[in-house]
Design a protein around this ligand. Structure first.
Ligand code: RP5
Length: 163
């Protein structure tokens, strides 16, 4: 079985409502991806096995979404040389500020590219992954450019009242 270039991992089923926006954006760019639930706290052995094997499995970029005490992106980055992008999921108690702080404050030496809280971060993680992959894939570079052009064309000149 061919391993897709992007792995989307998340700490819980409850993160899917956010991380599905990453998957949808990758779909729009025709970038194959795998999606998995990998919890740093509830399934630490699954995390270790996934992160240590991700590069040899053939993945190129990992996008990790988690909320609350969001250790998944950082622990994944500690265990793989692949680029890791972290998406802070909006938590109920602290509206994702806890998630953001947990992901963004990595110690020097182990980077996680941290995105915005929630849907914006989930979409942008996919676009960043696309930009990385496009460096060595001219067809994808063209699709990404077309995606951005469509986005630009979709912005109205003036605001409208709702129908
Ligand atoms: C984190 O705890 C997950 O990433 C999720 O955002 C949060 C809550 O998980 P559940 O209790 O909804 O499974 O590990």
């Amino acid at each position: 079985m061919t391993v897709p270039p992007v792995a989307i991992i998340m700490g819980s089923q409850s993160d899917w409502d956010t991380m599905r926006h990453t998957a949808e954006t990758l779909d729009a760019l025709a970038i194959a991806h795998d999606t998995r639930i990998v919890s740093a706290h509830r399934t630490p052995e699954r995390l270790y096995a996934f992160a240590t094997g991700a590069k040899s499995a053939g993945f190129k970029v990992i996008i990790a979404g988690a909320g609350g005490a969001a250790h998944l992106p950082g622990m994944t980055a500690a265990l793989t040389p692949l680029p890791v992008f972290g998406v802070p999921v909006e938590s109920h108690a602290l509206r994702g500020v806890d998630s953001l702080h947990s992901i963004v404050q990595m110690p020097a030496g182990i980077p996680v590219g941290t995105l915005a809280i929630g849907r914006s971060g989930a979409v942008n993680a996919a676009l960043l992954a696309a930009a990385v992959l496009a460096l060595s894939d001219p067809d994808l570079a063209g699709r990404l450019e077309a995606w951005r052009s469509r986005q630009t064309a979709a912005v109205a000149e003036r605001p409208q009242n709702p129908a």
